[in-house]
Design a protein around this ligand. Structure first.
Ligand code: GLC
Length: 599
């Protein structure tokens, strides 16, 4: 039996403890000026939609000045809005309007790396080896191709980029000679900052204050397990496994041992494992926690209602809990839950482990099924193995069973929205949008596709501009009505029938299911509740069943219908049941979920 209750340790519950946060990927949410690219004005125009949906907060992926080499996760100026998305005035107006509607606003902070077009990196390129400007990044001399030859022709170590290819690029010095190498864990255009340099700390604190002063409610911290690298930048055996296109490294078993909570950072075995990021000398180093303690103090200057949420691909759950200790961040994305897939045993395990780990440090849990880096769960759950985690899907890969995937996605959403804690939704999942699985190669933009020579399909398929109106060009992505430009990524035809205007007010639509589930969650205070596995819970046969307050949640991931327990009535169903007939339902069909209450 697992329980999690709020408030924790006598503190008043903070808004994020049970918030439903809607992730906006600005390029693809709504285009306010008709140029084919989403923008801040488009977001502003759609705030009423989000308010009606019933979410509590929005998180905006980067909209800062950027050459867009990685969809804006390559920041050239942390204090400017890229003209693609509008202006600072547009941001301020959007923030004001969001707050007026009771929506909190979280912005993305990208502290592991800048763009190579950031003024600091430009200065570093123009400066001498060993200079102050170079020390803001991780520049090193190369290894000799023949030891002692002094040619420095080989990279300083064997690390590979997460996006494929080497993690080092060589610069040309001012005199035209081949020079030092710089580290970039991601794209060549995303040089890693040197977090041993106090100036870097000072700058990032100042960036935090810049956005806090404008009134943002929180930060999503990108690659929160990055930044600090092991001293000496040692070669790493795991690098061999990270060859282009495959970063599948066997998972290590979870370590036995103490629950975290203490503030010593040395005693736990080091792990940073996921299908994306295997254990390494560049992720989940203990030193990152000092940075979060520092930032915690910066946020505290603004009162007690600003927050940070960590994007940290680390495991096991105890390791992740270290990011949300009382003096660090407030939340971390629960990728174990995301990775569990449509499988009752894996899901139950992830739920237990995450609740226990979060409770051990007094933090609220989060639940997430999709984001801008993962194949949409509607599509993953329609694959022959609904627990797989492909790195994009192309036309010649296995195609999902769309109807099956959608049925399961709707059910999984009912599960995640009924769990105690905070839930993150990714734009478009409320429409049941699938991944675009047949994007032509020449439309692709994700650097992972190019750096792996296509071995990784990449993340474009989950970043396709949203369909707002079935009959308009670009499915109404351009909200200004003059949206003549094609959306920046082509939309699949399957988006037409899923457009928001088709689903709005339509009984049984995914949009109406989300609205109903969010309203019910708020009314029943499920986010502030607790979880108790029900007697009928039987993950080994595909049935997940838990009680949260007065609500019994049953999800059927097995192979046969399950009876609705005696004395209970269905109040919400993920399957196609007209509202008037809910009370007569006595079965939970396969690939569906229900909320039940005592009669
Ligand atoms: C994070 C972001 C991802 C980005 C990467 C590099 O994982 O979510 O989109 O490519 O960091 O910034």
């Amino acid at each position: 039996m697992s329980k999690q209750t709020f408030p924790v340790s006598g503190q008043p519950p903070q808004w994020w403890a049970d918030a439903v946060v809607y992730q906006i990927y600005p390029r693809s949410f709504a285009d306010g000026n008709g140029d084919g690219m989403g923008d801040l004005r488009g977001i502003m125009d759609r705030l009423p939609y989000l308010e009606k949906l019933g979410v509590n907060a929005i998180w905006l992926s980067p909209f800062y000045k950027s050459p867009q080499a990685d969809g804006g996760y390559d920041v050239a100026d942390y204090r400017q809005v890229d003209p693609l998305f509008g202006s600072l005035a547009d941001f301020d107006a959007m923030l004001l309007e969001a707050h007026r509607r009771g929506l909190k606003v979280i912005v993305d902070l990208v502290p592991n790396h800048t763009s190579d077009e950031h003024v600091w990196f430009q200065e570093a390129l123009a400066a001498e080896p060993g200079s102050r400007a170079r020390d803001r990044y991780i520049f090193r001399s190369g290894k000799d191709s023949v030891p002692g030859s002094g040619d420095g022709n080989r990279p300083p170590n064997n690390w590979k980029s997460i996006f494929g290819g080497p993690a080092w690029s060589r610069v040309t010095e001012a005199d035209g000679s081949p020079g030092e190498w710089y580290l970039h864990l991601f794209d060549t255009k995303q040089p890693d900052l040197n977090w041993e340099n106090p100036e870097v700390h000072e700058e990032m604190r100042s960036v935090l204050r810049f956005w806090l002063d404008r009134g943002v409610d929180g930060f999503r911290v990108d690659v929160a397990h990055g930044m600090v690298k092991e001293k000496g930048l040692p070669d790493w055996d795991g690098a061999a496994a990270m060859v282009e296109g495959t970063s599948a490294v066997p998972r290590e078993p979870a370590p036995p041992g103490d629950a975290p909570g203490a503030h010593t950072d040395a005693e736990e075995p080091h792990r940073a494992v996921s299908p994306v990021y295997p254990p390494s000398p560049f992720f989940d180093q203990d030193g990152v926690h000092d940075i979060y303690r520092d930032w915690h103090r910066v946020l505290a200057e603004y009162g007690s209602d600003r927050m940070m949420v960590a994007e940290a691909w680390v495991e096991p759950a105890e390791r992740l809990a270290r990011y949300v200790r009382p003096d660090e961040m407030q939340q971390a994305f629960n990728f174990d839950f995301l990775l569990a897939g449509w499988n009752a045993e894996r899901m139950a395990e992830a739920i237990d482990a995450s609740l226990a780990a979060a409770a051990s440090v007094g933090a609220p849990c989060t639940w997430v099924l999709s984001n801008h880096d993962t194949v949409r769960h509607t599509t993953r759950f329609g694959l022959s193995d609904p627990t797989t985690f492909p790195k994009g899907i192309a036309a010649d890969d296995e195609q999902p069973d769309a109807a099956l995937g959608l049925a399961r996605a709707r059910a999984a959403t009912l599960v995640s929205l009924a769990l105690p804690g905070s839930a993150y939704l990714y734009q478009g999942e409320e429409l049941g949008l699938p991944e675009h699985t047949t994007l032509p190669a020449d439309a692709r933009q994700d650097p992972t596709f190019f750096r792996t020579q296509g071995a990784e399909t990449g993340r474009d398929g989950c970043r396709v501009p949203l369909p707002w109106a079935a009959k308009l060009p670009g499915y109404g992505f351009g909200t200004a009505g003059n949206g003549s430009a094609q959306p920046w990524l082509p939309q699949p035809e399957s988006f037409g029938p899923l457009a928001a205007d088709v689903q709005d007010g339509e009984e049984g639509s995914t949009l109406e299911l989300y609205r109903a589930a969010l309203a019910f969650r708020a009314e029943q205070n499920l986010g502030r509740g607790s979880l108790e596995w029900a007697e009928i819970n039987a993950p080994e046969s595909g049935l997940l069943a838990f009680q949260n307050g007065d609500v019994l949640v049953v999800a059927n991931m097995g192979f046969a219908s399950a009876p609705v327990p005696e004395g209970y009535t269905v109040v919400l169903a993920s399957g196609p049941v007209p509202a008037g007939e809910l009370a007569t339902v006595r079965e939970v069909p396969v690939d569906s979920a229900v909320y039940l209450r005592r009669e």
